[in-house]
Design a protein around this ligand. Sequence first.
Ligand code: GLA
Length: 730
Amino acid sequence: MAIIFDESREIFRLLTANSEYQMKVDDIGVLLHNYYGRPSCDTDMSYQILSVDRGFSGNLFENRANRGRSIDVLPQEYSGCGVGDYRISSINVTAKNGSRSCDLRYKSYEIIEGKQPIAGLPSVREYDDDVSTLIITMEDQVIGLEVQLFYSVFTDKDVITRHTRFINVSDKKLQLEKAASAMLDVQFGSWDEIHFSGRHCMERQMSRNKLTQDIKVISSKRGMSSHHENPFVILCDHGATETYGDCYGMMLMYSGNHKIEIEQDQAGSTRIVAGINDENFSWCLEAGESFDTPEAIMAYTSEGLEKLSHIYHNIIRENVCDRKYMDVKRPILINNWEATYFDFTAEKIIDIASAASELGVEMMVLDDGWFGKRDDDNSGLGDWFVNEKKLNGGLSRLSEEIGKLGMKFGLWFEPEMVNEDSKLFREHPEWALVDPDRHPTMARNQLVLDMSNPKVQDYLFNCISNILDNANISYIKWDFNRSISNVFSKNLPNKKQGEVAHRFVLGTYSLLERLLDAYPGLMIEGCSGGGGRFDAGMLYYCPQIWCSDDTDAIERLEIQEGTSFGYPVSAVGSHVSASPNHQTGRSTPLYTRGVVAMSGTFGYELDVTKMSDEEKAEVKEQIATFNKYYWLIQKGDYYRLVNEEQAEIYKAWEFAAVDKSEALVNIVVKKSQANAKIKIIKLRGLEEGALYSLEDTDKVFSGAALMYGGFAINIAMGDYPSAQLHFVRQ
Ligand code: GLA
């Protein structure tokens, strides 16, 4: 059993293959966090919680004679508010009488086999995994609030998922002002926090900082998880490397406003609190009502960042994304966006598809501009009916023509948005999120629809269904091209306006769920101006997400590497685009663009009809190469091979088969140098004593030689050369 309640010692032990999570109920019902780390061999780790009287750290009333027991210092599972823990609160709640205190004490527990879904929210799926769930109920009897802490233990995956349910058991209204999904107190250690920040066209850049006595906040209030701060943080030993050191991961499975706070306190302990961003959040909990938070995916390893990434890659591939995508090869696509932008006709799209199909491309995706009045990005959003002027014969003819080429057909939507210049807005201005008596803030000249309104959801469901029912469409690119502002729903009363941002996300999830239920064969690729909504919440519905609007292969090296810390390659939308690149103006070899795009779902985003015969021949080869390595790339273990010092000059990464039978190493030189140093690539994930031959050569190496000595390479000259090396066990 992965969850043990040891009654005699009053400890809860959550055991995964390589970790143990422990809590203890103390003598006055405070739920203490004992430990999270390598298995303890059945030790009550509370011996580490010493009583220390620290000035200005007060004591709960029952402990007034015991000054060493302060909730301001004790490691806990879920902090209350206003009663003397001055570190980050997990909850903020206001009672009917205006009181803002909450003192949570242990009430009861339950252990269940398996895992319950969270109504209305995506959560990590249980398939044939060994999963059990601990539900601990805490209570504040004074205000009549119960707080249930859910811990689901995925034994073999080394993952614990958490979420929290708030139940108003009083007969009066409670107002939730903050409702964290999870909290983690780590008593000892010298830690770095790692988070992934960025901007449009440069998402998820790794940022590693040593913690000092301070609070660090990773958050978004843009209505989506954002390009700017991804809802994922790592806490690692100050000295941790790819292959060494304690690492904790905290990832929110949420696509809206999030907040992860990390505090190092006066005593050197570290607290992480993760959940919905409490800024502008306020949830009215009437008597008897309950509220569920999004889920957090938590992991620990003692084996460094690489192992932590592997844990997240596995759980996302196998339990966050629908597992049906694991064993079905996804189509290599061509997207017309960078080929034509808004300027296309049906004939042009068919020409691109036809040229691409001859090279082995399997799906044509028609991007923005096919609907309503949409010749640029100032109008038309919301009018999801085909623009027959551009596409004579409509989508049914187009999809039929594409089908004749042996290709699938995919279509772009941006469902949650509306332009003022659209039929939809003229008919339903009240469906947009707009403050009363105030001009809305515009972005890309568009407004955001009120997804919390069921009528809006129904409208979108009907429009999208109508399109899907009348053409042969197997894929949707689901975009989201602005940050939310003026978050006010005309459909909700004043007292519920603090709920709109979260209800918006619930509305989007509900629409996605409904469409996927109605069209089980449909695949949705997530997108938000590239990777502005690249999170585990969206991955529940979309097995792949367009990683960035920056398609420059060299910039993509950084973006895709940053993404790889938390997310698997199978989720990364990546395409070969034109050179010079449209975002940076940089020219790169077609070969290198292929190598980089292959570390993703792979596809093309350029006008193939304009390519030379040599280039077309090279594309054919790229496609053959990608198909050959498809399963190794999608299911193999991913390794970042280059240290910080080398990273300015080149990047290298590897896919190694889980059974160690083969490995594909990719190297891209970012900076060509005269008289350059030899590059040494030390492989990982091989079998030490086995022999590996380097494909297309007669060279043979032991796994140990390749891993500990390394492979020496003096790569070709020129701008941004690259190589792929395939090693196969003999
Ligand atoms: C976003 C996407 C692009 C493209 C455009 C269309 O920016 O990320 O790939 O679809 O919208 O407007």
